[in-house]
Design a protein around this ligand. Structure first.
Ligand code: NAP
Length: 363
């Protein structure tokens, strides 16, 4: 099969570089367009990286020679690529929203990592193992906006990635969850590059990440929501209380979670069976970036650990451990996921693979 040409907005950043790394040998997609801020536009990609290549491996040589375009220049993209991965940052969320809409209007599907469109009712916020059916609203999104081939799909915030699959797997088996109390320990790479100043984070924990607790408390509702009338109706049946912190870890967001169930309370061994047997559409369709097992359970008392476990199953799996009784709620556990792989570029690529396999990317 001839590979589909794709573009990356924010290609010079932390997540953009991770996209380029992951797409180097992708069986379906190849990078033909890179874009970033006006300050980088016009430079060769290899010269536009302010601090060089900061992700794993070497910069793919083919990409180094591409000329970086201005993210605002939609027309140039339409000439050289079929769809877009969006991973650029701007202080003005409305400007991000409008830019992504301009690409969709120009006929290019957009798979976004930005938060700008996560609240938009007709934009699916996808975790392919959990809500692949949310792709169904693309047709309504296109009709409503007059887009022919373009559409927008977003992925959720990286902070919820580690524990939403374990929670969804239990809900799917009929275990009602009433309350969640979660504390996240988020890696410095989550703030992009250069991100948090070393002076602030080494030998320290920062007990606040702007906007993160609100995202952590809202986004599960949309992911678990119902498709109705061409929109996603959030499912707000669970009370979620989140505390999000920044810790001196390079990659890998950890979450410490307590759950309260409704009347039907699963036993520990039942929960483990549910987690270990959990599988979804990406596994069924054997998508190239899908982890073989979406949830890995570690039996050791001192796991999961970011340094040892974040790369499990290509950095695309969720790693869970320390499942035990909770004296305040019902059960508690620790969950981990790689924030720039599963939580960002890898998750975006998995969304595009699902859309492609489901026939939404018309080439
Ligand atoms: P980053 O390292 O700071 O990179 C930001 C990118 O945006 C760079 O390519 C930068 O280009 C570009 N940019 C900055 N100002 C711009 C402008 N005015 N117009 C167009 N492009 C501009 O950030 P990141 O961590 O990669 O994050 C990118 C996006 O992914 C954000 O929306 C973030 O919330 C989301 N995300 C990040 C993570 C993570 O773990 N890091 C996880 C999930 C989602 P220049 O190099 O030219 O300045």
């Amino acid at each position: 099969m001839e590979k589909i040409p794709v573009g990356i907005l924010g290609a010079t950043g932390m997540v953009g570089q991770q996209y380029i790394h992951l797409l180097e040998n992708h069986p379906w997609f190849r990078v033909t367009y890179v874009a970033a801020s006006p300050q980088s536009a016009g430079k060769k990609y290899q010269d536009a990286l302010k601090s060089g290549w900061i992700v794993e491996g070497e910069m793919p040589s083919g990409v180094g020679k591409l000329i970086v375009q201005d993210v605002a220049d939609t027309e140039k993209a339409a000439a050289v690529c079929k769809f877009i991965f969006s991973a650029f940052e701007m202080p003005d969320k409305d400007a991000i929203r409008k830019t992504e809409e301009a690409y969709a209007a120009a006929g290019m599907p957009v798979f976004s990592n930005a938060s700008a469109h996560r609240h938009t009712e007709d934009v699916p916020m996808l975790i392919p193992e959990i809500n692949p059916h949310h792709l169904d609203i693309i047709e309504d999104q296109q009709k409503r906006r007059g887009w022919k081939k373009g559409f927008i799909v977003v992925k959720p915030n990286c902070s919820i990635q580690s524990y939403i699959a374990p929670i969804h797997s239990l809900l799917q088996k009929g275990y009602d969850i009433k309350r969640i109390i979660v504390t996240t320990l988020q890696a410095v790479s989550g703030a992009g590059y250069p991100g948090v100043a070393s002076w602030d984070v080494i030998d320290n924990i920062i007990p606040y990440i702007g906007g993160e607790e609100e995202k952590t408390q809202f986004e599960p509702y949309k992911i678990l929501g119902r498709v109705k009338g061409g929109k996603i109706v959030p499912w707000e049946a669970i009370d979620i209380s989140a505390t999000c912190t920044r810790v001196p870890v390079s990659n890998g967001h950890t979450a410490i979670v307590s759950l309260e169930f409704g009347k039907k309370k699963p036993r520990r061994d039942t929960i483990l069976t549910v987690w270990k047997s959990f599988s979804g559409e990406p596994q069924k369709l054997d998508l190239p970036s899908a982890p073989k097992l979406p949830i890995h359970y570690r039996e050791e008392n001192d796991r999961p650990q970011p340094k040892r476990d974040r790369d499990t199953d290509k950095g695309m799996a969720v790693i869970v451990g320390r499942l035990r009784e909770c004296p305040a709620l019902d059960v508690r556990f620790v969950a981990l996921s790689h924030n720039t792989l599963r939580g960002a570029a890898g998750g975006g690529i998995l969304n595009a693979e699902l859309a492609y396999k489901k026939g939404y990317l018309k080439m």
